[in-house]
Design a protein. Structure first.
Length: 131
């Protein structure tokens, strides 16, 4: 095993929004899990870029009858060396968000369980389809 040419500094939690739907009534019906995400890439230097990645679960206005709304955003600076431009684009657009999702996922489970709900474990997400 060797060190990758694509590296990340320590990720930073940018934003957390958690709202409970006080009108939510638990039932035996299955909730439709609605997940959306967003990423932002900003280049700082020739081989350095900041990637911010946000995940939203359910809708903020509770129109779907969801028990809560969560939005979590993380950011990190990524750097690379000896990579082709197309490799860098793939790494920044797909791999970086997937790495940051690893920090978002447990926070969502923790927040939902601390609010008295079963922990929400996000399903595996295919970030290759985002374009």
């Amino acid at each position: 095993m060797r060190k990758s040419s694509f590296q990340m500094n320590d990720p930073v939690l940018l934003n957390v929004v958690f709202k409970v739907n006080n009108d939510f009534e638990a039932s035996d019906s299955v909730l439709n899990l609605v997940i959306s995400d967003a990423k932002d890439i900003s280049y700082h230097a020739e081989n350095v870029a900041n990637v911010s990645y946000s995940v939203r679960v359910f809708d903020e206005n509770f129109e779907s009858g969801a028990p809560f709304f969560i939005e979590v955003s993380y950011s990190a600076v990524f750097s690379w060396s000896d990579l082709e431009a197309d490799e860098v684009e793939t790494l920044l657009n797909h791999n970086a968000p997937a790495i940051l999702l690893g920090y978002v996922r447990p926070l969502i489970a923790h927040l939902s369980s601390n609010a008295g709900f079963p922990p929400l474990h996000l399903p595996l997400l295919n970030l290759q389809d985002d374009e």
